[in-house]
Design a protein around this ligand. Structure first.
Ligand SMILES: Nc1ncnc2c1ncn2[C@@H]1O[C@H](COP(=O)(O)OP(=O)(O)OP(=O)(O)O)[C@@H](O)[C@H]1O
Length: 965
């Protein structure tokens, strides 16, 4: 037996790996080792049963999963053997068959693939042209649903009864005609045509000895059919899945396929895995409680193999921005308390919708926490990259009308939208491609019925010239100037993407690599069956493009492999399927977000939450803002508001003592840092409990004091009062800074100067009332000292609680004595780090000696994020590695974190999110303060770019990738 295939497996897993049964279903909850088992079975079939790798098909749902599986199998059987497996997504396996055997169903080998944006553009144009009322996105999804059910446009047309259905039927029909005219197949077609091929010519798969499928619960009907067709000769099938993780119903996934399979192959052996190796008992219990709200699902056993651990957290915060600030503060706190056992790579933020990332990206950027995105706009979906890929597509296959249409006037060539539309329609009526018509027009072989002005004629000629000469040599020079004009601010960042693409193109056109690509993709020859072979020289570009379309994440994986830097991960929950992290945050757990307001199936939304929760190994945080990013009131997700749920959660982040770090290390199977190391890293921390934000979800006192102008209307800050007030961390500001602030606020708050005098009294009175109120609370609190930790934390959310610290603390004294005492450093550090200043105590004393300055300091709303340039520098930030350290380690309050000295690591991305469009819209709407982070965040839109070279080129976050097309 090849080394170690069974060595880490439990009994049930071993049985699943070694069983002699032909058809096997491994059904198991998250973290029970399904993927591990499937991988081991592939290795076992190769090593023990001596199956040939090219006779085994392994289907996954994402390219990332395929790559990971290949890597794991390689460890067992070596690279040479593993690379010959027919392993990939359903789409990529189908593509191989169509490329090599498509002629058996009349499919030429030079077809292109319409990606989702091509498909959407076609539908949009049809709707616009015919003035239909149907929504384009909805119609595109509906076409896909029909195809997934195997209903073609003719079948649909025959059944269409009402006007709406007939309208959709016409769109569906025209969509199909358009694809045909452009010689394109969309994603659904790849599967459908492959089914047709394998029915028409079953011999294509006569060699297949075993088929294995991961994440089976997300198969749709066409994939189910394909499964049967791939395996039709030997019927040796192993699937792994979990009905509780079925989250692709909106893409026609059918949980019913599990029972269908048992009916079709009655001898199916079902193996259940019941031990969970991923998550702590506490996380598992909470997740289990949520999924069991669905009473229709059969009860299942799930046994934690780890200790109970820390209870998950369910936190309320006042706003989406506060939620993001809290999340980052918590991340830093946990990292430091763990003695750096946990590094940024260990943290993931999982979102129901990609659009929710904006506040979090902003907070991470401000605090200099590097992050990577999974599930945002992919590298090949970035506007500048897509443009070049479109050029390459047209160079490769000019019949691709969609691509021609997108680039014909980019850069502007005076070919207007109306002209393109007219020419397109004319070409359609003539039964030729748009490119052929344009070529004929330019070369004088045809006079178009569409009006073409001399300027347009010249523009068309230029376009034709570019394509024809590029067909001779692969290049795209015009793009750089175009990018400069179109994206003057982001030009450099975008051009680095272009360079990246060119580098990949060059790499991809390396003959050795191409030969390897052709060899790896080749299906085995089958006697008596004609197979198209692929010539490397002829097909360099189309091979490259096919890989661009289907293997995006593969390229990004390489980026990831090259990097060493630590990065937090942000992903949609969908994109996180199958993955795991030691610490997981799921923010925005409110109704409308999860369950999503547009979701049809609440059970699927619950499963989605379950999938998100079960990604966590050691710590899990769920949170909800009381006001969402649109400032609308938000209420806790119905899944979390159910009676009994609260008992599974803490209301605040955990206290982490040394013993907890040891338990954490055990769960993660890592070496535990020494007590000294833990103590040392703890020193970098200014707040070791999650107690800045009140548990009720209200604003912390400090924030309320600044912004509560309900009585006084427009804000004005008092400079007069000399009585003691609650401790503000502002006490360390110098007079000069104070004056600068005063000037700045005068400039930026129109009207506040004239209102100032008027409101001084009222505002000051308000403050003092609050102080008195808090002082009273403090007295009560200090008489009644908290006995339990939880109780203590509850109080700490407000300023009053700080005074409830053990007697002797300066803050306590300051209040109880009523004098001008120094602020408690502990209290001062109550502010989140980015909002806090730490100056030598001496300065504070100086301030205390001057009443007018003292009053001024008290009144200064330092925690307010200044709208103007930063006014002062706090001391160098802590040594916490999460804060990017540079030569100049100073950071301004709400300004950017310092730029990293070293080139940061690249950021891989994975699948297209379902919410990319929402995300792009969101990005377009938002104007945020500039920041330089390890990534391009949405803030970069407004920021001047610096030249980025080398690895940095691939660092664009969702926002940069979501730029206008
Ligand atoms: N027998 C085992 N002993 C130790 N660790 C195991 C064992 N089986 C699985 N694991 C570990 O448990 C974790 C989860 O495994 P895996 O990803 O295969 O689970 P899964 O069932 O596919 O999860 P999901 O359904 O969430 O994708 C991995 O870290 C894996 O290495």
């Amino acid at each position: 037996m090849a080394t170690g295939i069974l060595s880490d497996l439990n009994e049930a897993q071993c049985e699943a790996v070694t069983t002699a049964a032909d058809v096997v279903q491994v059904l198991a909850p998250p973290g029970s080792g399904k993927t591990k088992t499937l991988t081991a079975r592939v290795a076992y079939l190769l090593a023990e049963r001596r199956l040939k790798p090219w006779n085994i098909i392994v289907c996954t749902f994402t390219v990332k999963a395929a790559n990971e599986m290949k890597e794991r199998i390689t460890k067992f059987v070596g690279h040479e053997c593993a690379k010959q497996l027919k392993l990939g997504t359903f789409h990529s396996v189908a593509l191989r068959y169509l490329k090599q055997y498509g002629q058996h169903i009349g499919l030429g080998k030079d077809f292109g693939i319409a990606d989702s944006s091509d498909s959407k553009a076609i539908v949009k144009r049809i709707i616009k042209k015919n003035d239909y009322s149907i929504d384009a996105g909805g119609a595109r999804g509906r076409i896909s649903t029909q195809k997934a059910k195997g209903i073609d446009n003719e079948q649909f047309s025959r059944k269409a009864k009402n006007v709406e259905q007939q309208e959709f039927a016409r769109i569906y029909q025209e969509y199909e005609e358009t694809l045909k005219a452009s010689n394109l197949l969309d994603y659904d077609d790849l599967l459908l045509r492959c089914c047709l091929l394998l029915r028409t010519e079953p011999a294509c798969v006569s060699n297949v000895e075993a088929l294995l499928i991961d994440e089976y619960q997300d198969t749709n009907n066409i994939q189910y059919d394909l499964m049967g067709l791939f395996a039709q000769h030997r019927n040796v099938i192993t699937i792994v899945g979990d009905p509780d993780q079925s989250i692709y119903g909106f893409r026609s996934a059918e949980i019913k396929n599990l029972t269908r399979m048992k009916q079709q192959w009655p001898d199916t052996l079902t193996i259940n895995l019941e031990e969970n190796y991923r998550s702590s008992g506490a996380i598992l219990h909470a997740a289990q409680h949520i999924i069991e709200q669905d009473e229709s699902r059969p009860p299942k056993k799930l046994q934690a193999t780890h200790t109970y651990g820390q209870r998950p957290v369910l936190r309320k915060l006042p706003s989406a921005a506060a939620e993001a600030d809290w999340l980052v503060a918590e991340l830093k706190r946990i990292q430091a308390l763990s003695g750096d056992l946990l590094q940024p790579n260990d943290f993931a933020v999982l979102l129901r919708s990609a659009a929710l990332s904006r506040a979090i990206e902003t907070a991470l950027g401000r605090e200099g926490v590097p992050y990577r995105m999974i599930g945002g706009l992919r590298f090949f979906d970035r506007a500048e990259v897509k443009l070049l890929v479109d050029y390459l597509r047209v160079v490769d296959a000019p019949g691709n009308n969609e691509a021609v249409e997108r680039i014909i006037n980019v850069p502007p060539r005076r070919v207007g939208e109306g002209t393109v539309k007219g020419l397109h329609e004319e070409a359609r009526l003539k039964g030729v491609s748009l490119w052929s018509l344009v070529l004929d027009v330019v070369q004088g072989r045809c006079k178009p019925t569409t009006k073409v002005t001399p300027a347009t004629q010249t523009g068309l000629a230029k376009f034709v010239d570019v394509i024809l000469s590029a067909q001779k040599k692969l290049a795209s020079v015009a793009a750089e100037n175009h990018l400069k004009r179109k994206f003057p601010d982001e030009y450099e960042a975008r051009w680095t993407n272009v360079e990246e693409l060119l580098a990949q193109t060059i790499e991809a056109s390396d003959p050795q690599r191409l030969i390897a690509m052709v060899d790896d993709g080749a299906l085995p020859s089958i006697e008596g069956l004609e197979r198209r072979t692929e010539s490397v020289s002829e097909n360099a570009l189309s091979l490259f493009l096919a890989n661009v379309t289907l293997a995006t994440a593969g390229a990004e994986k390489t980026e990831q492999d090259g990097e060493k830097a630590q990065q937090l991960t942000i992903s949609t929950i969908h994109g996180a399927k199958g993955l795991e992290w030691p610490v997981v945050f799921i923010p925005a757990c409110y109704d409308g977000s999860i369950p999503h307001s547009r979701a049809d199936d609440n059970d699927e939304e619950r499963r989605l939450l379950y999938v998100g929760m079960t990604r966590a190994q050691a710590l899990l945080y769920l949170s909800t803002p009381l006001r969402n990013s649109q400032r609308e009131e938000a209420s806790m997700s119905t899944f979390l508001a159910q009676p009994g749920v609260a008992s599974f959660f803490e209301e605040h982040g955990p206290s982490i003592a040394a013993a907890d770090v040891r338990a954490l290390a055990k769960t993660l199977r890592r070496d535990c840092p020494s007590d000294d190391a833990i103590a040392e890293s703890k020193k970098t921390l200014e707040r070791d409990e999650d107690n800045y934000w009140p548990l009720t979800g209200e604003e912390p006192f400090e924030e309320r004091a600044k912004w509560d102008h309900s009585k006084s209307g427009n804000a004005a800050w008092s400079f007069r009062d000399t009585r003691p007030v609650a401790v503000f961390s502002t006490a360390t500001v110098t007079m000069q800074q104070q004056q600068e602030y005063s000037t700045a606020s005068t400039k930026t708050k129109a009207g506040s100067v004239s209102a100032k005098a008027q409101y001084d009294e009222i505002l000051e009175q308000q403050k003092l009332e609050k102080v008195d109120e808090r002082a009273a609370q403090v007295r009560t609190a200090s008489e009644d000292k908290p006995k339990t930790r939880k109780r203590q934390i509850e109080g700490q959310g407000t300023i009053a609680s700080f005074f409830a610290k053990p007697p002797g603390r300066a803050g306590n004294q300051s209040m109880t004595s009523g004098g001008d005492s120094l602020p408690d450093p502990k209290i001062e550090s109550a502010m989140p780090s980015a909002k806090r200043t730490k100056q030598p105590l001496q300065k504070l004393r100086n301030l205390n000696s001057a009443p007018s300055e003292r009053a001024l300091v008290r009144a200064l709303p330092l925690t307010h994020k200044l709208p103007s340039a930063p006014l002062f520098r706090p001391p160098p930030s802590s040594t916490n590695m999460l804060t990017a350290s540079t030569g100049d380690a100073y950071m301004f309050l709400s300004s950017s974190p310092p730029q990293p000295k070293e080139e940061p690591a690249p950021e891989p991305a994975d699948e297209m999110s379902t919410n990319d469009d929402v995300r792009a819209e969101e990005t377009a709407k938002v104007k945020v303060r500039p920041a330089v982070t390890f990534h391009t965040t949405s803030m970069q839109i407004a920021a001047p770019q610096r030249k980025t070279l080398g690895m940095r080129r691939s660092l664009q976050g969702w926002n940069a990738r979501g730029g206008k097309r």
